[in-house]
Design a protein around this ligand. Structure first.
Ligand code: DGL
Length: 267
């Protein structure tokens, strides 16, 4: 039987990870959970993020996934131990796989405020490559903007420049997109950044790491990416989720509304 991948995020951001996974392993069945009822995670408290992680992973386990992919850096930063405790299957995260993609001495990380204050990227990068200078920048406005689909907003370049300034001032040579929503902003970031600064999408490392867990060579998708083997579930607003992801896939996916066991409410 083919392994079933369980992938989760707070919202549409995890689709950037799903895309990298399907580019490399196009034939695998996936179950995607977007916790759209509670997006954004990045401004919640550590204990809220940990309670949510427990609930989400329990739900994935009930759906019999055989590998958990953490497509959310915020959960990865603050609740990796929770995810590993609740999942009785292998777990692959973005942060630990991203370090293998870094070769520069001065690295910037754009992330949610929760991820930035955890210093998870900085700690991981420095333990892998001691001496690396890491500048972590929390970007509170970006996930709400992406989730609302307002990317043509004139304020976006201004906001991005504000978040990039500390990284540029520190002369970083590469920037890790440390929130799975941010690869959606790559074209906007590219326009603002000098050409010599490399953008790093940790999802590429995660998709590569998956080869080892699967024990089978990657079978890249032929032709346009398809969601035929992917079940997409969200905890709120399936219609707007489908509309948002259509931009990423070019077609409208079927999105199911689900209820997690207790759906702890923090609002
Ligand atoms: N996309 C997630 C991350 O990588 C969560 C963003 C959010 O909900 O704030 O951190």
């Amino acid at each position: 039987m083919k392994p079933k991948l369980g992938i989760f995020d707070s919202g549409v951001g995890g689709f950037t990870v799903l895309k990298r996974v399907l580019e490399r392993h196009g034939n695998l069945p996936c179950l995607y959970l977007g916790d759209s009822a509670r997006v954004p995670y990045g401004e919640k408290t550590v204990s809220e993020i940990r309670v949510i992680a427990e609930e989400v992973v329990q739900w994935l386990m009930e759906k019999n996934v055989s590998i958990v992919l953490i497509a959310c850096n915020t959960t990865n930063s603050l609740a990796l131990d929770v995810v590993k405790r609740v999942a009785d299957v292998p777990v692959i995260g973005l942060i630990e796989t991203s370090v293998e993609m870094i070769s520069e001495d001065r690295v910037g990380v754009l992330s949610t405020p929760a991820t930035a204050s955890s210093c998870a990227y900085g700690n991981q990068i420095k333990s892998y490559r001691p001496g690396t200078i890491v500048v972590e920048q929390g970007c509170p406005a970006l996930v709400p903007l992406i989730e609302s689909g307002q990317l043509s907003n004139d304020e976006l370049p201004v906001l991005l420049m504000e978040y990039l300034k500390p990284l540029l001032d520190a002369h970083v040579e590469s920037i890790v997109l440390g929130c799975s929503h941010y690869p959606i902003l790559e074209p906007f970031l590219r326009k603002l950044l000098p050409k010599n600064i490399r953008l790093i999408d940790p999802a590429i490392g995660l998709a590569r790491r998956l080869d080892k867990f699967l024990g089978i060579p990657s079978i890249p998708a032929k032709g346009p990416l398809s969601l035929a083997n992917t079940q997409i579930c969200v905890t709120a607003d399936p219609g707007s989720f489908a509309a948002r992801t259509t931009g990423l896939w070019g077609n409208c996916p079927e999105v199911e509304l689900v209820s997690l066991r207790s759906k702890a409410c923090f609002f």
